[in-house]
Design a protein around this ligand. Structure first.
Ligand code: ADP
Ligand code: MG
Length: 283
């Protein structure tokens, strides 16, 4: 049984101009202890999938068809209360902008301890101790001092570490990380990716790592799902996808994958490459 299984999912955003199907008949699974990278250009439907799993689709998005299972249990269609409990304790999530997950008005201590109290049976004292150990686990130096501070007193990378600590607070089986490093500069990106990989190993969690950056996905994922226009183009082990991609779109993504040292570069020429106009892309 897979840890996460998405089956024939269709997600729509209705509007006055008609219905946009952002995800169409999409299926994939995440096994226990595995890091699955979901990769594709902006607009492919990556965030829509992550948000659907945690029942936080942005309005007016809705699941029109299909099912989502967590450890064999159907979770799509559960009540808001049931989903809130699942989000706190079984699925942690990390978004691109740490400030969407942090409240600027509260200290890190308050946010971390309250989350732990909400998702565990610990006493306040034990929750505080757990908060400190989570801060240390995500590589924040001087946790006793830093925990008293407000989010604005942290750098972008350290703020994202706080978000990761909060995501870990309920000892989740699955972490959904949606472009968790896109707002950070390159060296910090790498540190955060290494941290996620280390935590995944240590806690034997599964990670759904969503990114437009195939290079970054290659550094962390065991399995890769390549998406375009709301559909899976190709899925398989990271080594297969990188060494023997079958799909023309995957090959195009690989061909214009920025190297670490010249990131960030746009990926604007996918259509050119797929149509054989590679010359301009190789500049
Ligand atoms: P990605 O994360 O791969 O960039 P998204 O899942 O954010 O893609 O978006 C997929 C498609 O759904 C896009 O066409 C986007 O414009 C559309 N979409 C996303 N959120 C909304 C929304 N709240 N309302 C209407 N359309 C949306
Ligand atoms: Mg997105």
């Amino acid at each position: 049984m897979s840890l996460l299984e998405v089956k024939n999912l269709r997600i729509e955003y209705p509007s006055r101009y008609g219905v946009l199907a952002a995800v169409k008949d999409l299926s994939f699974s995440v096994e226990k202890g595995e890091i699955v990278g979901v990769v594709g250009e902006s607009g492919a439907g990556k965030s829509t999938i992550g948000n659907a799993v945690i029942d936080l689709l942005s309005p007016p998005g809705r699941i029109a068809r299909g099912d989502i299972y967590l450890n064999g249990e159907l979770i799509s269609g559960k009540s808001q209360n049931e989903m809130r409990a699942i989000r706190g304790s079984r699925i942690g999530f990390i978004f691109q902008d740490p400030m969407t997950s942090l409240n600027p008005l509260f200290t890190v201590e308050r946010q971390l301890v309250e989350t732990i109290l909400a998702n565990t049976d610990l006493t306040r004292e034990a929750a505080f101790a757990k908060a400190l150990s989570l801060m240390a686990a995500v590589g924040i130096p001087q946790p006793e001092l830093r925990i008293k501070q407000y989010p604005h007193q942290f750098s972008g990378g350290m703020r994202q570490r706080v978000v990761i600590a909060i995501a870990l607070s309920g000892d989740p089986e699955l972490i959904i990380a949606d472009e968790p490093t896109t707002a950070l500069d390159v060296t910090v990106q790498r540190q955060i990716v290494e941290l996620l990989a280390k935590l995944q190993q240590r806690q034997q969690m599964s990670v759904l790592f969503i990114s437009h950056d195939l290079g970054l996905v290659g550094e962390i994922a065991n399995q890769v799902v390549v998406m375009r226009h709301g559909q899976v183009r190709e899925a398989g082990s990271a080594s297969d996808i990188f060494t023997q991609p079958k799909d023309a779109y995957t090959r195009a993504l690989l061909a214009c994958r920025p190297k670490l040292d010249d990131r960030p570069r746009r990926l604007p020429v996918i259509d050119d490459i797929m149509q054989g106009r590679t010359a301009s892309a190789e500049q």
